[in-house]
Design a protein around this ligand. Structure first.
Ligand code: CTP
Length: 394
């Protein structure tokens, strides 16, 4: 602010808005600085960048810009009014005064602004009682149609409740329950669901958000086969910490694991990055089976075969579902790094002709090495040659 405020002098009125104000009032650090400008935000961004010796990146489609200068990163947008032509669609926007920009927002705690310009510096603009709601821990919508206009707010509401240790007021909760039951979420594109759902699932307090989502039947409103299991998501978060899995993807897999076939098209519709989608589906499909197949005395070579090629999310969800930790930890600490000292070239040099038998011989040798039956390069080579000859012969 010490840098930003002088640089805003003489420019159209600017305000800190949204999460930054909420977090500042809570005494918490805010990651994003969102600045609303009553005027041309892109032009203000250019001037700011110039004055601060930084740069402005313009996002033409949205008439917004990001300024980076020294330690400051701020997103600038023109204050605007929004109109929803269809429930769930992106709104039609037009420039409007600050009051309109605040009234279009999701919850009172996110509908406050702090002046950054001239006489208004430090002034709190709080027309909807956001500060009181923040202090008394209430997540409250600004109007009756809020969840219908933008059903992603259903996911945001339970996320804020969990993250901030707050609770919806009775009316907001009733509106949420009704919007979910009336199919509001069906009007929203997969990618918009993805963005809000992944934000929710990556929260430290995601299990508590899922618990309320389940109670409000937001989970089954996303897809009839989808069932939030808060305890399982909490266990998957622990599993993710143990296995290096992505906590959000592991949690998503727990939502899908009870009915992966029915839910695969829904996962597709989220349009995750391919590797993320594959990790979620692998975890959802394979983790339940691992709970059974890793029980009892399982040779290391079998553990290796079962877990090799699985993303860490599969291991995290398997642990969450109750798979024994021993073999999974052994795999992560040890087995996955085991390599043969001999290679295919060594076998060719020993006179084995190139054929698929070479690969199979190396596989077999690796299995025997994992089970502690061979050690050292000479023994590996002797065994691999023996297996290759036998395979060839067979
Ligand atoms: N907003 C909204 N409705 C949405 C998404 C956003 O009204 N569906 C408004 C809120 O005022 C919110 C602001 O846009 O505070 C910025 O959105 P976002 O970056 O998603 O939220 P933050 O509060 O900044 O960040 P976070 O929730 O991650 O703390």
């Amino acid at each position: 602010m010490a840098e930003l405020l002088p640089a805003l002098r003489g420019l159209p009125p600017a305000y800190l808005v949204g999460g930054a104000v909420r977090d500042m009032l809570r005494g918490a650090e805010s990651v994003d600085l969102d600045i609303a400008v009553e005027g041309d935000a892109v032009a203000v961004a250019r001037t700011l960048a110039e004055r601060l010796g930084g740069e402005a990146r313009e996002h033409e489609r949205f008439g917004t810009a990001t300024v980076r200068a020294g330690g400051v990163t701020a997103d600038l947008a023109t204050t605007r009014r929004e109109r929803y032509e269809r429930p769930g669609a992106l709104p039609v926007v037009e420039p409007a005064p600050l009051a309109d920009d605040l009234v279009r927002r999701d919850f009172t705690i996110n509908a406050m602004a702090v002046g950054l310009s001239e006489d208004d510096v430090g002034e709190l603009h709080d027309p909807h009682g956001g500060r009181t709601d923040l202090e008394s821990g209430v997540v409250r919508v600004l109007h009756e149609r809020s969840f219908i206009d933008d059903p992603t707010r259903l996911l945001r509401a339970v996320r804020y409740e969990a993250r901030l240790g707050m609770r919806m007021d009775a009316r907001t909760e009733e509106l949420a329950r009704t919007a979910a039951a009336d199919g509001a979420l069906e009007t929203v594109s997969g990618p918009r669901i993805r963005d809000e759902l992944m934000d929710l699932l990556r929260e430290l307090e995601a299990p508590s958000a899922l618990e309320h989502a389940r109670e409000l039947e937001i989970d089954s409103a996303l897809h009839p086969s989808l069932a939030a299991e808060p305890e399982l998501a909490a266990a998957a978060a622990l599993g993710a910490a143990e296995t290096g899995a992505d906590r959000g993807l592991a949690a998503l897999a727990t939502l899908v694991a009870r009915a992966p076939d029915e839910l695969e098209p829904w996962v597709e519709s989220l349009a995750l990055a391919r590797a993320e989608r594959d990790a979620v589906m692998a975890a959802a499909r394979h983790a339940p089976g691992l709970v059974r197949s890793l029980q009892g005395e399982v040779p290391d070579s079998v553990v290796h075969t079962l877990l090799r090629g699985e993303p860490p999310e599969t291991l995290a969800v398997a642990l969450a579902l109750g798979a024994p930790g021993g073999p999974i930890h052994r795999y992560l600490a040890d087995l996955r790094g085991v390599r043969l000292e001999v290679t295919g070239d060594d076998l060719l040099a020993a006179g084995i002709p190139p054929s698929p038998a070479v690969g199979r011989a190396l596989e077999e040798t690796l299995r025997r090495k994992l089970d502690g039956e061979v050690g050292g390069r000479d023994e590996e080579l002797a065994l691999a040659i023996e297996v290759a000859r036998r395979e060839e012969g067979g």
